[in-house]
Design a protein around this ligand. Structure first.
Ligand SMILES: NC(=O)c1ccc[n+]([C@@H]2O[C@H](COP(=O)([O-])OP(=O)(O)OC[C@H]3O[C@@H](n4cnc5c(N)ncnc54)[C@H](O)[C@@H]3O)[C@@H](O)[C@H]2O)c1
Length: 307
């Protein structure tokens, strides 16, 4: 499997002075990413629905001196609100005239009690499961909006042959494998991988923008609190938020990385798309794989669906 290594020098070189929009930066992986970008000299505009924690991150970073000239700015954003997402992109564009990188980190855990046999019966099923809809809105619909807004703001004029503009989405191990007990979350995170796959040829060709997805395995944030103890008891691999942030920065900075789904486990990153593509004849069958690839070539960049 193709390992993706974090390069201090590539990220130093490619992120200094870059204008970055990030959602979900008030804590956990997003906050670690904001901090790392800031120390590398990027201008970071981040949003989160947690105003208090967002302001705390901003104040803490602004009180540290940054030798690389980075800056950080926070705005309260609930990603379910399209105008709020737009306002965050406008902040960055109005301040610097352009945006280079868009990183989506927002995610919420599975709402409990909607699929278990003790909760689900012919009476309870009559109640519309609004928390499931909310979960998918936050974990998937907002990501699709984010990606579309990002394309509009990052859109190049076709002259950037280094592919310095990029989108990084945060999926999960639950977006590429079976994830016990995670019905809404896993459905949405598979959808995030779908968004990245929809973008991976289209966005570079049409907009000069790369797109990658990060798929963390267990990472030490509040999101993992329910299973953390049993995980640690079995000495299973655990990422720190900074481990995942480094993979996000690498995907954002490295012009060679596009269309990757980076599984992050125990602090190391591995592209799982490469293996899926390589093994296509094995899992689909050789004949099916050949004809499928012919079909893909006919579809091209997908411009004919709407006719
Ligand atoms: N921690 C893990 O083990 C793990 C594993 C796989 C994937 N992930 C993914 O990594 C990303 C970051 O997760 P984390 O572990 O740092 O969790 P976290 O809860 O620490 O951080 C998530 C952030 O998103 C914000 N947020 C949630 N809903 C929002 C909304 N509607 N609008 C704006 N902000 C909102 C929260 O306030 C928080 O700051 C998520 O997408 C998560 O699904 C985490």
């Amino acid at each position: 499997m193709a390992e993706i290594a974090f390069s201090e020098s590539v990220t130093d070189d490619k992120l200094r002075g870059k204008v970055v929009v990030l959602t979900g930066g008030a804590q956990g992986i997003g906050a670690a990413t904001v901090e790392l970008l800031y120390t590398k000299g990027a201008h970071v505009f981040f949003g989160d629905w947690d105003e208090q924690k967002g302001q705390q991150v901003t104040k803490r970073l602004q009180s540290q001196s940054t030798k690389n000239g980075g800056s950080v700015s926070f705005r309260r954003v609930d990603v379910r609100n399209h105008d709020m997402q737009l306002a965050l992109f406008d902040d960055a564009k109005n301040a610097h005239g352009c945006i280079d990188i868009a990183i989506q980190c927002v995610g919420v855990a599975e709402p409990a009690g909607w699929f278990e046999p003790e909760d689900l019966n012919l009476e309870s099923v009559r109640k519309e499961p609004i928390p499931i809809k909310d979960n998918v809105e936050i974990n998937l619909t907002s990501v699709l909006w984010f990606s579309r807004i990002a394309l509009a703001y990052l859109k190049g004029d076709g002259t950037d042959k280094n592919f310095s503009k990029s989108i990084v989405l945060t999926s999960s191990i639950a977006g590429i494998t079976e994830a016990p007990g995670l019905f809404a979350y896993s459905s949405a995170k598979h959808g995030v991988i779908g968004t990245m796959r929809a973008l991976r040829r289209f966005a570079p060709a049409k907009y000069g923008v790369r797109a990658n997805a990060i798929c963390p395995w267990a990472t030490d944030t509040q999101l993992l609190s329910g299973v953390k103890e049993s995980w640690e008891k079995q000495s299973m691999p655990m990422n720190t938020p900074v481990d995942v942030a480094k993979m996000i920065l690498q995907c954002a900075a490295d012009g060679e990385l596009n269309g990757k789904a980076v599984f992050v486990a125990g602090g190391r990153g591995f592209d799982t798309e490469e293996g899926i593509d390589r093994m296509l004849p094995q899992w689909m069958g050789e004949e099916n794989a050949n004809v499928f690839l012919k079909g893909q070539a006919i579809l091209g960049l997908g411009g004919n669906w709407a006719q």
